[in-house]
Structure formats: structure tokens, C-alpha cells
Design a protein around this ligand. Structure first.
Ligand code: SF4
Length: 278
């Protein structure tokens, strides 16, 4: 995926619309929390107004996420003249497979599980594929201004909030400020008869819960097969003595019975404290 070419338009929009000292930017994952945050922000639900939203595309979201983001872009543009910008640093699946084939010298590591104790490889993918392209875009348009980055973490996941490590970015958590939980968010979509997004995260994410895999396998068998093939391909990762797996069960994905450990809220990404899954 390529960066959108509407940078100039976006720059004009934030500099003239709200006359705020910060540029207000929504980090949009196209999952329930961030989509709710965007849609309610455009109705004036928070003390600030967003200037535009950024969707960092890892290149391997499930098809339902791409379908939703296309609908959402069109909806907010038509109703609010609001822009969602897509940025990307490439495709995690293709890049990893090319690394495994020796066609790439480096790839950002996924948090794969190691055989034996199930320990995780240190995760680099969130930074390289979610955060870095977002920051790169912000640097090109901020023109010396600070950025208030809206992150859609709900009250259920309050442990994921943290201060920004970047000087020009201030993290802002409107769903925490307004004490919104995931069940309230889901109800909002239903009560307002608004198209409801699914969970956003890479289709090969090692943090998916068993409940997610169970539903995904049933509803999207072709994409589940893609994830299984990727899981087969990463078994012998370069420079590691132990085998690696996508699942915490340390078994090939296609052999696992996902009915054993259902999560209460399958929308929440397990264990991930980055910008993923929102
Ligand atoms: S969703 Fe998972 S695989 Fe994708 S960038 Fe985030 S942690 Fe990595």
C-alpha cells in the first residue's frame, strides 16, 4: 500500500479549521475502539476536535478490516469532510517470508512463541509497521507544531496507556477520560445502527486469543489457511535454536482445538501494549 497523496489537503485542514495549538490526530486501527472514538469525536463528544486520522496499514490485516476502512473513509468524508490518511511501511507477511527465503537481510520481529517455555521473541513489528510510518507522516506535515495523538484504549485495557516517548507527541486517551468500556462501545454501534467493525490486527498476529482464532477459522477459512501457511513457514526461524510458533499452545495452528479457552471479550488483543488491535 502507498501513502495517500492528500498530505497538502490535510495540512490545510488542520491549520485552518480549529485554531488549536496542537494538531489533533486520531490513530485509527479500524477496530471497535478507535472507530468509535473517531465517529463520536466527529459528533463533538470530546473536549478537542480531531484534525485528521491516520491508519497505519501493516499490509496483512484481514479483508474485513480493509473493507471497513474503505467504508469508513467514505462515510466520514461524505458526512464530515474529514480525511483518513493511510500510511504503510510494507507488508509484514511478505517481508517476513522474503527474510526467511534470504531475499531480505532484516525484518522486524513478530512476537513469536519459542518452543520449550513459550517465551516470546522481542516484538519489533508494532514499532516498524505501525508507529514508524505514522511518525514519519507526522514529521512531514506538522511544520514544527506539536501533535496530540488520540489513542483508542478503553477502560478495560487501562494498563496499556503510557506517556509518549517522542517530544513533539502527546498521547491522549479520550475513552479513558470518558470512562468508556468495550461493552458500552459495542452497544453504541448497535443502538446507533452504525456499521460495526471487527477486531483490527494482523491476521498472523501471535497475540490472537483462542476465541478469535476459533471464530476466524469458521468465518474466514481461506484467510485462516493463509495464517496456517505462514505459521508453517516460520517454524525454523534464522539464528534461533528453538522452533517458533504463532500460538501459545506451541503447536501448528492448523492442529489446535480453539474451543478450549474462550476469552470473555474477543475484541481485545491479548498481551499487546502497542498501537495494535484498537
Ligand atoms: S497486530 Fe500483532 S503482528 Fe501486527 S504489528 Fe501488532 S503485534 Fe505485530
Amino acid at each position: 500500500m502507498q501513502n495517500d497523496s492528500n498530505t497538502d489537503k490535510t495540512q490545510l485542514a488542520y491549520s485552518t479549521c480549529y485554531n488549536q495549538p496542537f494538531i489533533n490526530v486520531i490513530s485509527l486501527g479500524a477496530g471497535k475502539q478507535s472507530s468509535y472514538m473517531l465517529l463520536t469525536a466527529l459528533e463533538g463528544a470530546y473536549k478537542y476536535k480531531p484534525d485528521f486520522a491516520i491508519f497505519s496499514d501493516t499490509g496483512c490485516e484481514p479483508d474485513y478490516v480493509y473493507s471497513y476502512i474503505e467504508w469508513l473513509k467514505d462515510y466520514v468524508k461524505t458526512k464530515y469532510n474529514f480525511d483518513i490518511v493511510t500510511v504503510s511501511a510494507g507488508n509484514i507477511v511478505d517481508d517476513t517470508l522474503n527474510y526467511l527465503d534470504g531475499k531480505k537481510s532484516r525484518v522486524a520481529a513478530l512476537p513469536l512463541r519459542l518452543s520449550g517455555n513459550g517465551g516470546l521473541i522481542m516484538r519489533q513489528c508494532t514499532n516498524d509497521y505501525k508507529i514508524a510510518p505514522l511518525k514519519k507522516h507526522l514529521q512531514t506535515i506538522r511544520n514544527g507544531n506539536k501533535v496530540r495523538l488520540w489513542i483508542g484504549i478503553s477502560l478495560d485495557e487501562i494498563e496499556r496507556i503510557k506517556d509518549s516517548a517522542v517530544k513533539y507527541i502527546e498521547n491522549y486517551y479520550p475513552l479513558i477520560e470518558n470512562r468508556k468500556r468495550i461493552d458500552q462501545i459495542i452497544n453504541w454501534f448497535r443502538e446507533n445502527e452504525m456499521r460495526e467493525p471487527g477486531k483490527s490486527a494482523c491476521l498472523i498476529c501471535p497475540f490472537h486469543s483462542d476465541n478469535y482464532w476459533k471464530v476466524f477459522k469458521k468465518q474466514y477459512p481461506n484467510e485462516f489457511e493463509k495464517a496456517c501457511k505462514f505459521d508453517d513457514a516460520i517454524r525454523n526461524y534464522p539464528n534461533l535454536k528453538r522452533q517458533t510458533f504463532l500460538s501459545k499452545h506451541l503447536k501448528p495452528l492448523r492442529e489446535i482445538d480453539f474451543t478450549q479457552h474462550p476469552s470473555l471479550f474477543p475484541e481485545l488483543i491479548e498481551e499487546c501494549n502497542g498501537l495494535c488491535g484498537l
